[in-house]
Design a protein around this ligand. Structure first.
Ligand code: NDP
Ligand code: 2IT
Length: 448
């Protein structure tokens, strides 16, 4: 794709001038602008009503101080964010990320992408994102609790079950959601579906824990079908070893594939016989340890320091599920050279623009994050639905709905790509389909 169109240049000029230094946000906007250029050229109303120009400006952004006291009695100060990006099709919805790299540019790229992703899910949710530069790694449960309580002591006034419904992302799982929910309930005296990813038995939905990883594999099953392939006997490399990576691995194994590698920010493990997921779940979910410990327990496995080397392992399918820009152009070239046929983005924006070009030029099918990892937020929407009804659906029902949604995400993206003569370009297809749905709602609701 070329960024040379007048429309794209104009959008990018505005984004760069108004959001200086926020490079991840610029990257996310450029990709969407390049994809929807053809749509805007065809429909003069979109240009006249400045629909994309409005979409790139968040409806509301909140930045706040998060003071807390560590176990030594020292005062710590972090920064909290919530960016409420777009509410055209429903309440703001999107996760909270706790990671030392968090700054406004990360939250804005995530919030912007969430708008289109959520539109693709077929459920009525707008887009938002939040988080903090707090690092949960190495903190005690009590420190995490005190941080979460302080974070919610400000966030609570901006959210609500019909306004903005946060959830998890990197560094935010069931433990953190529990502490934040407890504080929200105490401050408001209300038990509502204000957060998703809650525990089972107190408002959480079955399948939400598994949903992003399972959904990614359901989506990639459709990609493989188009390539006249299935998972049986396929070698799969998954990066990360958190929530998304673990449940993507579980579903690949259930469908007959073999995941041979996982990673964390320190390094990666290779186990050619197939990753033993019970060990990973214990190390990561129970002990909160490092992936290196897997190789100490399983002599069949080898650990290597540094995470980018994971892409040099030959595989049929790659599922990057750690973080943004984890596959650069060079890593993409190695994957292609080693015969990788398809890439499914479990993480948000894991492929750099150079990597995307390499995959597309080589005919490797790329399932973009907005579509491929939409199963997590889609199941959050199902949790909201169950909370509103004050009912809990069985596992099989939520899983069947998730599968149905992932099929719909895929069908809409493929149809949009076909309509604009971009057959097989699921990146453009997802961007166009998501954009059209949000644009339609924004136009109907006037200039607000
Ligand atoms: P977790 O916190 O559970 O796990 C994150 C994993 O990625 C860990 O293995 C972590 O390693 C690794 N990682 C994080 N940051 C970096 C980094 N800068 N460099 C290398 N590795 C890193 O998060 P999730 O599994 O929930 O999220 C993973 C990705 O999936 C993110 O991009 C997230 O936005 C996306 N996503 C998550 C959804 C969800 O429902 N949870 C839904 C849709 C997308 P370490 O422990 O060393 O930090
Ligand atoms: O990136 C994502 O879609 C998520 N982190 C999940 C958000 C949610 O609201 O479930």
């Amino acid at each position: 794709m070329s960024g040379s169109s007048y429309f794209v240049d104009e959008i990018m000029g505005v984004v760069a001038a108004r959001n200086p230094g926020e490079t991840e946000f610029h990257q996310a906007v450029r990709e969407v602008a390049e994809s929807v250029d053809v749509v805007v050229q065809k429909n003069s109303q979109l240009a006249k009503l400045k629909v994309l120009e409005r979409m790139i400006e968040p409806e509301r952004q909140v930045i706040f101080r998060v003071p807390w006291v560590d176990d030594k009695g020292d005062v710590q100060i972090n920064r909290g964010f919530r960016v409420e990006f777009n509410s055209a099709i429903g309440p703001y919805k999107g996760g909270l990320r706790f990671h030392p790299s968090v700054y406004l540019g990360i939250i804005k790229f995530l919030g912007f992408e969430q708008v289109f992703k959520n539109a693709l899910t077929t459920t009525p949710i707008g887009g938002g994102k939040g988080g903090s530069d707090f690092d949960p790694k190495g903190k005690s449960d009590l420190e995490v609790m005190r941080f979460c309580q302080s974070f919610m002591s400000e966030l609570f006034r901006h959210i609500g079950e019909d306004t903005d419904v946060p959830a998890g992302d990197i560094g935010v799982g069931g433990r953190e959601i529990g502490y934040m929910f407890g504080q929200y309930k105490k401050l408001t005296n209300k038990f509502t579906g204000v957060l998703t990813g809650k525990g089972i038995g107190w408002g959480g939905s079955l399948v939400r824990t598994e949903a992003t990883g399972y959904g990614l594999v359901y989506y990639m099953t459709r990609v493989l079908q188009d390539l006249k392939m299935d998972w049986k006997g396929k070698k799969v490399v998954v990066s990360g070893s958190g929530n998304v990576a673990i449940y993507a691995t579980e579903k690949v194994h259930q469908l007959g594939g073999k995941v041979v590698a996982l990673s964390d920010s320190s390094g990666y493990i290779v186990d050619e016989g197939g990753i033993k997921l019970d060990t990973v779940k214990r190390i990561k979910e129970v002990e909160r340890g490092r992936i290196k410990e897997y190789a100490d327990e399983h002599k069949s496995a080898k650990y290597t320091e540094g995470c980018s080397g994971i892409w040099s392992i030959p595989c049929d399918v790659a599922l990057p599920s750690a973080t943004q820009n984890e596959i650069d152009g060079k890593s993409a070239q190695i994957l292609v050279k080693n015969g990788c046929k398809a890439v499914g983005e479990g993480a948000n924006m894991p492929s750099t623009p150079e990597a995307v070009d390499v995959f597309q030029d080589a005919g490797v099918i790329l399932g973009p994050a907005k579509a491929a990892n939409a199963g997590g937020v889609a199941t959050s929407a199902l949790e909201m639905c169950q909370n509103s009804m004050r009912l809990d659906w069985p596992f099989e029902e939520v899983d069947a709905r998730l599968k149905q949604i992932m099929n719909a995400v895929y069908d809409q993206s493929r149809a949009a790509a076909d309509e604009y003569g971009l057959k097989g370009n699921l990146v453009a297809g997802a961007n166009i389909a998501g954009f059209q749905k949000v644009a339609h709602a924004m136009i109907a609701q006037g200039i607000v």
